[in-house]
Design a protein around this ligand. Structure first.
Ligand SMILES: Cc1cc2nc3c(=O)[nH]c(=O)nc-3n(C[C@H](O)[C@H](O)[C@H](O)COP(=O)(O)OP(=O)(O)OC[C@H]3O[C@@H](n4cnc5c(N)ncnc54)[C@H](O)[C@@H]3O)c2cc1C
Length: 491
């Protein structure tokens, strides 16, 4: 299956939250679950009070927008929260966090809804949904962007590129800024400008005690450190302040495809080539099965250096073998960023495992090619997302993000139509392929961590930073209210 197909997701067309969730009818009592999974009764009057205080909607099962609001990008997850607080601004987030903490409710936080492991919704708890908060305000003179936490990557790209500016965001435009940035944020210009979280100047967040705080190098620096790579463990972010960079929006890129047969030799040459890549060159590797071309290795390229240099820089890539298809060409950055985006949520349910690697070793290449050659279905794929460059030059202790030394962030995925019989076999394929590949990885990317991971594996996402993170978790979230994530347990 091609990455572009499963990435087919779109801006959630949820109805805009109505001003004031006031209703004349009194809310019914709701049975929810607390942080330990025990039932907790929420009185109708308590729900009414929160609804009256909020500017956005407070939804319960049966409400008109409830089903649309709880839907996630990955249809493998069909969770039904007891309450969905559709926050219209920071004040709503303060109210929702206070309500959740006051009742010790199981709490999910929803930004763009692209959690691969479905952690931004929950059954019978409260979903604090910031997706209605979508403002992006660019200051072209200061080269800064103030971004509300429900914004999608494409909103930030579109606003900033109009001024010849950009910052690193992920490769699929309808992913949420919030989840992506808090876990790190790897993307096409990351090797030039660092991770998304490296470009933050400040973050505004409501912590588990219900207080709004600003975190930056000057204010609450410990919290600022933890939020940049700590993956949603430290509160509900309301706003991000990003540093922007001058870029030429006219870049060079697209995809070039080679047959998987002969892939071992081809990837050995590619490993030598990419080890010397300039920061301006970003090349993802995707192993997938195309309806017409069969098993292929796709290189998904973005070259953001001088346009005239692109053919020379990419010549060795083109000469790796006889391409099945060469779509590399001048392209706008916006087009490249939207290239994996088509309307709709993901059409297929997905199960994903992943890890970080320190280079394309011959052993890893052989395992990956063997694995894909033996793939029993065309609904299985592997991708390796390019890191290095400026990401690796940021001192590892300056943020909570751990995987600085990695060359690639790797993911394995199995897909199936919702309710389809392929769910079991494709999930099993991912698990058994992963058992062979995992020993060659060094920890994992927070944003790919699955909810069925061993605890040690979750910790590996934070490496040697885990101990400091548990201390900060105790300070900012001692009850572990924000636990639906790659969870850091309070010390
Ligand atoms: C199609 C696709 C492509 C991807 N491509 C890339 C890529 O190129 N680069 C990359 O780095 N990653 C990529 N990812 C992974 C992505 O970074 C994570 O899935 C990320 O969590 C998505 O953020 P979100 O806001 O959309 O997710 P959500 O599902 O809304 O949230 C995920 C988690 O983030 C936290 N969170 C969300 N909003 C807030 C908030 N306001 N405050 C505090 N915590 C919050 C919560 O813990 C939540 O469980 C991709 C994922 C998908 C599905």
């Amino acid at each position: 299956m091609k990455r572009r197909d499963f990435c087919s997701a779109a801006v959630a067309t949820l109805a805009t939250a109505s001003l004031a969730g006031w209703r004349s009818a009194r809310a019914a009592e709701v049975t929810a679950v607390d942080l330990e999974g025990k039932p907790v009764t929420l009185k109708g009057a308590e729900i009414d009070e929160l609804r009256t205080l909020m500017r956005g909607e407070l939804l319960v099962p049966g409400d008109e927008h409830y089903d649309a609001a709880r839907r996630l990008w990955n249809p493998a997850f069909n969770k039904k929260p007891a309450l969905i607080a559709r926050c219209a601004g920071g004040a709503d987030v303060v109210r929702a966090v206070n309500f959740a903490a006051g009742h010790r409710l199981l709490t999910a936080v929803h930004g763009g809804g692209h959690s691969l492991s479905g952690q931004s919704a929950c059954d019978n708890g409260i979903m604090i949904d910031v997706s209605p908060m979508r403002g992006v305000d660019v200051d072209p003179l200061a080269k800064r962007a103030r971004v509300q936490s429900g914004s999608l990557l494409g909103f930030l790209d579109r606003e900033s590129l109009a001024f010849g500016l950009a910052t690193t965001v992920g490769t699929v435009a309808d992913t949420g800024v919030a989840g992506l940035t808090l876990g790190g944020g790897v993307g096409r210009i990351g090797r030039r400008f660092g991770l998304s979280c490296d470009n933050l100047r400040s973050i505004e967040v409501v912590t588990a005690d219900g207080h709004w705080q600003r975190a930056s190098l000057e204010e609450n620096p410990d919290l600022f450190w933890a939020l940049r790579g700590g993956g949603g463990n430290f509160g509900v972010v309301t706003d991000f302040d990003f540093q922007l960079h001058e870029v030429d929006p006219h870049m060079y890129g697209g995809s070039i495809y080679f047959p998987l047969a002969g892939g071992r030799q081809l990837l050995r040459h590619f490993a030598d080539y990419i080890a010397q890549a300039p920061d301006e060159l970003y090349v993802d590797i995707n192993f997938e099965t195309d309806e017409k071309m069969g098993h292929v290795i796709e290189f998904d390229v973005c070259y953001s250096g001088p346009l005239a240099d692109a053919p020379r820089v990419l010549a060795p890539l083109r000469k790796l073998g006889k391409p099945l298809k060469d779509e590399l060409a001048p392209a706008s950055y916006l087009t490249l960023q939207g290239s994996a985006n088509t309307p709709g949520f993901a059409r297929f349910a997905a199960y994903v495992r992943g890890g970080l690697i320190a280079g394309l070793s011959p052993e890893l290449i052989d395992i990956l090619v063997d694995t894909m050659e033996a793939a029993p279905s065309n609904m299985l794929s592997v991708w390796l997302q390019h890191q290095g460059g400026a990401i690796a030059r940021v001192p590892v202790d300056s943020t909570a993000y751990w995987g600085r030394g990695s060359s690639h962030n790797m993911g394995l995925a199995g897909f199936w139509p919702v309710g389809g019989a392929e769910a079991g076999p494709n999930t099993e394929w991912v698990r058994s392929a992963w058992a062979k590949i995992e020993p060659l990885t060094h920890g994992q990317y927070v944003n790919i961590a699955n909810s069925d991971e061993r605890e040690a594996r979750v910790h590996a996402a934070y490496g040697d930073h885990y101990a400091r993170l548990t201390t900060l978790k105790k300070r900012y979230d001692p009850d572990n209210l924000f636990r639906l994530n790659a969870n850091i347990k309070p010390a």
